[in-house]
Design a protein around this ligand. Structure first.
Ligand SMILES: Cc1cc2nc3c(=O)[nH]c(=O)nc-3n(C[C@H](O)[C@H](O)[C@H](O)COP(=O)(O)O)c2cc1C
Length: 323
């Protein structure tokens, strides 16, 4: 399959693995890239430029295919060394960066000068247009279904993707709720040039996280995610568990008086505990509604091959026969 995204990124299949905190290590990124998609290392998980540089080198040892690095720009009190992380990406010879969170304009000149293709992940058409205007090469459009931060507009992909297709000139991938060949064909039909997946890649053999996390996704249905932190406009879609219920109770009690400090004890420091130690109920962690479509833990190669075979069949048979 050839789309503007496969051409832009030099990859075989139009499938990207989005950055995931404490999940997007070299093992997963390399496995996705080796299977013909685009694997992405999560920059902030590495914390320092030196550690990110080492992770990039490790990934190069595991694949000779293109892979990317996610740089999530967050408004944090104790901000990470973003200039240093950007430098590690450039010096590591990485040619693709997925940016997310705040506007990446400050770092674009350095990334572009190094010949890096920048895919900005965003949750609104106006943000995608801004990304296009400041010179991003592509967008990853995250609908309301997505695991992680769906923004505050609450627009699902059935509307968001064709809206993006109507407005954007740069290529874009559909993100949020994508799991299989049906998702890929639907994304293409709605105007996207490929798809980005988070939760689906979390439940693969190579994702270097505790098996409890993968089993929790397999066990979950499409009704098992919740939105937390909406009152403080930092909405996150997470898998429901007792900690998430406690957060929602606090949010209900505090109403419009809610401050981050009220829930900090439930949400801070959760990822290493969940992903590495397997304490899947110990706090809220990002997970998409797409969990309802995930029933197994394949290798990345099996998953991507299955998606492409299924997509091919849908286009050549189901859709062609409908005409
Ligand atoms: C466990 C987990 C952690 C994530 N961490 C990040 C992150 O650090 N930065 C980021 O830009 N997106 C992050 N995301 C969002 C994904 O990259 C992707 O946009 C999203 O999962 C797509 O929706 P889906 O889960 O329905 O496929 C995370 C998603 C999950 C499931």
């Amino acid at each position: 399959m050839k789309t503007r995204i496969t051409e832009l990124l030099g990859i075989r299949h139009p499938i990207i693995q989005g950055g995931m905190h404490f999940v997007g290590y070299a093992e997963l990124a390399a496995a996705v890239s080796n299977a013909g998609g685009l694997g992405i290392i999560t920059g902030l998980t590495q914390k320092t430029p030196d550690k990110l540089a080492a992770e990039i080198e490790r990934c190069k040892g595991l694949t000779d295919k293109p892979f990317g690095v996610n740089l999530t720009f967050l408004p944090m009190m104790d901000a990470p060394d973003y200039p240093g992380l950007v430098q590690a990406v450039i010096e590591g010879g990485v040619k693709i960066v997925e940016t997310a969170g705040n506007n990446p304009a400050e770092y674009l000149p350095a990334l572009k000068d190094a010949g890096i293709k920048v895919i900005h992940k965003c949750t609104a058409v106006r943000h995608a247009l801004k990304a296009q205007k400041i010179g991003c090469d592509a967008a990853s459009v995250d609908g309301f279904e997505c695991g992680g931060h769906p923004g505050e507009d609450d627009i699902p992909n059935m509307i968001l993707l064709p809206r993006a297709a109507d407005e954007l000139e740069i290529p874009f991938v559909a993100s949020g709720g994508m799991a299989d060949g049906r998702s890929l064909v639907a994304a293409l039909a709605l105007g996207a040039d490929g798809m980005n997946m988070g939760t689906r890649f979390l439940a693969t053999r190579e994702a270097p996280v505790h098996d409890n996390v993968k089993q929790a996704i397999v066990a979950a249905s499409e009704r098992d995610t919740r939105l937390i932190m909406k009152p403080i406009r930092n909405t996150e879609r997470v898998l429901r568990n007792p900690s998430v219920d406690r957060v929602l109770d606090i949010e209900r009690d505090r109403g419009s008086d809610l401050h981050f400090d009220d829930i900090a004890s439930e949400v801070v420091g959760v990822y290493p505990r969940v992903m590495l130690e397997g304490q899947a109920d110990s706090g809220p962690w990002s997970c998409g509604m797409v969990a309802g479509l995930i029933n197994d833990i394949p290798t990345c190669q099996e998953l991507i091959d299955r998606i492409m075979t299924e997509a091919d069949g849908i286009i050549r048979e189901r859709l062609a026969n409908a005409l």
